[in-house]
Design a protein around this ligand. Structure first.
Ligand code: 13P
Ligand code: SF4
Length: 336
């Protein structure tokens, strides 16, 4: 690559948040990505909400907890994150000496955006004695204001690890917070944030689908609203939902989370039927527009140029990593 090609590539990155460069259409991207993986000692970590072809080429596909555990323990030189910004930031905090690449810097998260750190700082001042538990779907800056992080897989364990006489602030997802209140019997001070994907499921359309498929189980992610969780046969993180569908005797499922997860469910259980829960708009299923910003072309270019790279200020790494380490420690003790 010439210096001018690199300068041109960087220019498109500043403008678009990703490398907007034409890719030779004759290239077999799977082969190219596999070649770059070896050449650069890179590992591709992908979330279950990614496009099927990205899940297929990844070295590890998992939920937020699994992905952080992998990021903390990998011996690769470069972590390529097929997920969203907060996930790549978490990887950088856990492995600051490694190069962490996110194919599109604009792959954000409505939940993380719903809790700006300066506003949260003021909110937290009202409860000086409370322990702050933040869902990992938050910015690195918010993690600097957090005592313990959690994911949907370990959230109950994290809340239960805090002494009963301690008040708890839970941010940013109010739906997960309300679910945790119910599961643990604890009162939580909740931040009013939510995920755009899990808030737009249509109760009415799901009920209709259930009437058409009376044997189907309705399964949901705890980021869904309480009225939906009340009717769910099973509630869990993405990895818990996959495990449940694999182990269940049922053969039909209505799935209330981002539709990308159905790829993994179908892979594990090719003979079962998975129906995405419909949203309250004209679409047939819910896609996360942030997760879906990643494409095979962007993944290939990001690995070739080693850009866009996640960079965090040192104070953010120093102050924000403790809450993730604490979460990993509690999770390991709980065997998660
Ligand atoms: P988990 O995969 O940890 O359940 O998280 C779901 C999610 O919304 C990730 O953005
Ligand atoms: Fe954020 Fe929701 Fe997308 Fe997950 S699905 S990245 S919580 S907007």
């Amino acid at each position: 690559m010439t210096d001018s090609a690199i300068a041109k590539a960087k220019d498109t990155l500043i403008k678009n948040g990703f490398l907007d460069i034409d890719v030779d259409p004759t290239l077999v991207l799977e082969d190219e990505i596999n070649r770059l993986k070896k050449e650069k000692n890179a590992v591709i970590l992908a979330h279950y909400y990614q496009e099927a072809e990205i899940q297929e080429i990844a070295d590890y596909v998992g939920d937020s907890l699994g992905l952080s555990q992998m990021a903390a323990n990998t011996d690769a030189d470069m972590i390529v994150f097929a997920g969203v910004h907060f996930m790549a930031e978490t990887a950088k905090m856990l492995s600051p000496e490694k190069k962490v690449i996110l194919p599109d810097l604009k792959a954000g998260c409505s939940l993380a955006d719903s809790c700006p750190a300066p506003l949260f700082k003021k909110f937290k001042e009202k409860y000086p004695e409370h322990v702050v538990v933040s869902y990992i779907n938050c910015t690195a800056e918010l993690k600097t204001l957090t005592d313990i992080c959690c994911t949907s897989t370990n959230a109950v364990h994290i809340i239960e690890s805090i002494p009963e006489d301690k008040g708890i602030i839970f941010a940013p997802d109010k739906n997960l917070g309300l679910y945790l209140e119910k599961k643990t019997g604890r009162d939580l001070v909740l931040w009013n944030g939510s995920c755009m994907v899990h808030e737009i499921f249509s109760h009415e359309k799901i009920t209709k689908l259930q009437l058409q498929h009376p044997d189907a189980l309705f399964i949901a992610h705890p980021e869904c609203e309480p009225h939906l969780l009340e009717k769910a046969d099973f509630i869990g993180s993405t990895s818990a939902l996959c495990k449940f569908t694999q182990e269940s005797d049922a053969t039909e499922f209505i799935v209330a989370t981002e539709v990308g997860i159905i790829h993994e469910m179908q892979r594990r259980s090719p003979n079962k039927i998975f129906m995405p829960a419909p949203p309250n708009n004209t679409c047939a299923c819910n896609e996360c527009p942030h997760m879906k910003r990643n494409t095979m072309e962007k993944l290939y270019l990001a690995m070739q140029y080693e850009l866009p790279e996640i960079q965090l200020e040192q104070w953010v790494i120093d102050k924000g990593t403790a809450c993730i380490d604490k979460m990993l420690e509690i999770s390991a003790k709980a065997g998660l």
